[in-house]
Design a protein around this ligand. Structure first.
Ligand SMILES: [Zn+2]
Length: 115
């Protein structure tokens, strides 16, 4: 359900962009989703389709880019990048699991395509 609030925001932004640029239709929206954001990419399009059905963003295609998770090791200071979910995360250098997430938890609208 986390996704619905976020997608409402995406829809609002897309509609605002279309309005500002005199667009009559939103054709695609590129999103960058952090691996650790808690957003499940496979649900994003179907939620968006429901939310946008009575708007000019109806049928817009969502293009999703995944922002990798970058962890800083609190023990040795090395950085480890994960591009996929893992059962647990550990430092690739020393194996420590005491890590701090530096990036990959955010969410961003990269581009809105309008015609
Ligand atoms: Zn380490």
């Amino acid at each position: 359900m986390h996704e619905l609030g976020i997608l409402n925001e995406v829809l609002d932004t897309a509609l605002r962009v279309a309005e500002q640029h005199g667009g009559s239709k939103v054709t695609k929206i590129t999103l960058r989703i952090g691996l650790m954001s808690g957003i499940v990419p496979r649900f994003v399009q179907s939620y968006f389709d429901v939310l946008s059905k009575d708007t000019i963003a109806k049928d817009a295609k969502l293009i999703i880019e995944i922002d990798p998770a970058v962890y800083l090791c609190c023990d040795c200071g090395a950085k480890t990048t994960y591009t996929e979910q893992a059962p647990h995360f550990e430092c690739e250098k020393c194996g420590s699991r005491t890590l701090r997430l530096l990036s990959g938890y955010g969410f961003q609208i990269v581009n809105v395509g309008i015609v």
